[in-house]
Design a protein around this ligand. Structure first.
Ligand code: GLC
Length: 423
């Protein structure tokens, strides 16, 4: 009898496992690197989804830069690996990774209409929605408002004013004993972040987008030459030569330690420089980046990240469900309020909690609407090589290896070679 009952119970137990097993999945999501806030937020929300749905989450820590992360995904996709189901991809990557990502449209069921149409268009390749917008990025000028006040100087509007202000305050602060104080920190390491900075300088001097949206190569032009010469003049004068090896977090480290007047960075840095233990808490102002001249436009590169599902995943439906949750209004709002991540849903720019905790978001809206897109849609699969050409051309000029003229001529030839007949 006992044996009979226990056999029956075991059968029930097994049946229960089978039922749960049929719907419960283990999903691995690649978030940002473990050190950054992106990882914490990503993990918190993915865990919340797991709890809600009875699935299990593994969080994979992706490399720190866009460039290294893309290289890793490409390697994994080449091996058709099912190790990662859901991944954070750059706004420039849908075209490059198009052959390996799932069309999310059937799973979005219209939710995509609640996001900025421009990002949805960016993420739609050959009619397939390859990523759901997760957060947007716009580049901003972070400045020390206490120091501008101390020296009675205004927030600069043009790159010329900007360099003059940085030079003056850097000299005065160094003279006052702050020996390693810097005027400006930004991202000039040879990677995607330098392409973003370079695009801003190019656009602000009317130099275009390296390749225009019809696919024509435009990189070699007088505005571009002016842009690179201007940026090169900062190295070793108002910016340390070390910026040639800085990514976003390196620049933030210096600025947050109170060692720089200006920093170019994305929105995420705000909550960190304003954190309770930040040495510059309460001393930071935010503005749009300077312009080439009074008449020109402010330029900010359009950045951001999408969530995508690998076509090699063994749990595509559950993965897509996770993506829909992670890109929901509720999660985007939490990320905006607590992490200053810029939402991809226009409605959140009117949300009073979002605006109260990020007054700068009101300005960002304009920068986002007017943001400079990198030429990743038109060059698609070739974008990584295009961007690589751009950042090498810029890095060579910033490190004074070659003149801007020579560098852009070389870059133009290289882009022609990459393009061959068409992108
Ligand atoms: C930010 C942007 C991303 C860009 C990267 C460059 O993460 O969101 O679009 O590619 O910076 O470093």
């Amino acid at each position: 009898m006992f044996r009979h009952i226990s056999g029956f119970a075991a059968a029930l137990f097994l049946a229960a496992i089978c039922v749960t097993g049929a719907s419960a999945a283990t999903i691995t999501i690649a978030c940002g690197p473990t050190s950054g806030p992106n990882f914490e937020f990503c993990k918190r929300h993915a865990d919340a989804w797991a709890k809600k749905t009875g699935n299990t989450i593994n969080v994979f820590s992706a490399p720190i830069t866009t460039t290294d992360t893309l290289a890793l995904y490409r390697q994994m996709f080449a091996a058709q690996s099912a190790d990662i189901d859901v991944m954070m991809i750059d706004v420039t990557s849908p075209g490059t990774l198009k052959d390996h990502l799932v069309d999310l449209k059937p799973y979005a069921k219209g939710a995509e209409l609640q996001h900025f149409p421009s990002i949805i268009t960016n993420n739609t390749v050959d009619g397939r929605l390859l990523g759901m917008p997760w957060y947007a990025d716009a580049a901003l000028l972070y400045y020390r408002k206490d120091l501008l006040e101390k020296y009675k100087l205004n927030v600069p509007k043009t790159w010329d004013d900007f360099a003059a202000t940085a030079k003056k305050i850097q000299a005065a602060e160094r003279g006052a004993g702050n020996a390693d104080f810097q005027g400006f920190v930004f991202q000039a390491k040879a990677y995607e972040g330098l392409t973003c900075n370079t695009l801003e300088w190019f656009l602000s001097f009317g130099g275009g987008t390296f390749v225009d949206n019809t696919g024509k190569i435009t990189i070699n032009n007088p505005g571009g030459i002016k842009a690179l010469n201007t940026a090169a003049s900062w190295i070793g004068t108002i910016a340390p030569t070390g910026v040639l090896n800085y990514g976003e977090e390196d620049a933030r480290g210096v600025f947050q330690n109170g060692k720089a007047l200006f920093m170019r960075n994305w929105g995420y840095a705000l909550k960190l420089v304003e954190a309770a233990d930040s040495p510059v808490k309460g001393k930071v102002g935010l503005a749009l980046l300077p312009k080439g001249s009074d008449a020109s436009k402010t330029a900010s590169t359009l950045g951001g990240r999408e969530l995508a599902v690998s076509k090699y995943s063994r749990n595509i439906a559950a993965s897509a469900d996770l993506v829909m949750y992670m890109t929901s209004a509720e999660v985007e709002k939490d990320r905006a309020v607590r992490g200053s991540y810029i939402p991809t849903r226009p409605e959140l720019f009117k949300d009073k909690d979002v605006l109260a905790s990020n007054p700068f978001m009101a300005n960002i809206y304009a920068a986002l609407m007017d943001g400079g897109a990198r030429p990743s849609t038109v060059t698609a699969m070739k974008y990584p090589e295009v961007s690589n050409t751009v950042w090498i051309a810029a890095h060579d000029v910033l490190s004074k290896k070659v003149s801007a003229e020579e560098s852009l001529k070389k870059a133009e030839a290289k882009l022609n070679q990459i393009k061959r007949n068409k992108w």
